[in-house]
Ligand binder design. Sequence first.
Ligand SMILES: O=C(O)CCC(=O)C(=O)O
Ligand SMILES: [Fe+2]
Length: 344
Amino acid sequence: MDTLSEAYKGIPLNLGDIIPLDFSSPPPTLPDSHAWFQPSDDDCSFDDPASSMPIIDFLDPKATELIGLACEKWGAFQLKNHGIPLDVIQGTEEEVKRLFSLPTEQKLKALRSPGGASGYGRARISPFFPKSMWHEGFTIIGSSARDVKKIWPDDYARFCDRMENYEKEMKVLAERLTEMLFDMLKIPEEKRKWVVTSDISEVLQLNFFPSCPEPDRAMGLAPHTDTSILTIVQSPSTGLQLFKEGKGWINVHPHPNSLIVHLGDLLHIISNGRFCSPLHRVTLNETRKRYSIAYFYTPPVDYVLSPSLSGDNSPVALFRDVTVKEYHEIRAQKFGNSLSLVRI
Ligand SMILES: O=C(O)CCC(=O)C(=O)O
Ligand SMILES: [Fe+2]
């Protein structure tokens, strides 16, 4: 079976777009290669309690209705009482910290290959931006063992087991949410059989944002939408921002023991534009490092994404049919333009 990795093979990157800055001995001032803004730039991000991302309790009898509204208005929400055991979250967080605190040369042993999608390196979206991000990533597609053995030849099992377990838990939650959203969109049975199969294309993205000497001039993760049905993000610290039309960049303040769910481009297409795929980015801090774990839930690569014209969705198709693999290939080449390229 094809995997998502195949979609990137045809578009190899330069090593310069894969190797992160050596953050173990960071420069004392922000290098020009990482300076996105001038000191005088007003980047207009803000905190407004009246317009913050909804926090939804999964045990609330009204949860389905609230999730539907949040997906229409925000394309994102925080989820309390999500059912993922705390020890699974903490164990995964511990491994992520252990991985990123390794010496640079050890992490570089698992460097992503130029045409590859898994392993250690810069964000896959790096080539689309003129400046570099203050970030290191580690991408897991399928089993992490092949990459992790290069880093810890004799001691890889605990990391791999914890990641695998985390993915299993995330998959169950992603399935529940997807079934709920597909009910709202009135997706017919034959278009949703994949949800309960093991054939999905899931990706686990581990992110590390070191503390930064000039956080206001640098960028953790540049503005992007996700190429998924939905993404479940776990991070205890602030840094994530969502772009809201007419308002600007809104800070997300993680609620204790909650997960952040945002919808991706694939659901935006399936919902015929009814559910948003929010633009988001990550900002930095001068003294605090930040870690995040993003689980991308995606149908099998040969699944055809077709806009649903039933229910409350627009009755006229806004997008053409496109397979998951084809959409990933478009994204790998065109990035921010991708949705407009499948618009009718
Ligand atoms: O770190 C975060 O909060 C978000 C990460 C993210 O957007 C991504 O990995 O695509
Ligand atoms: Fe993202």
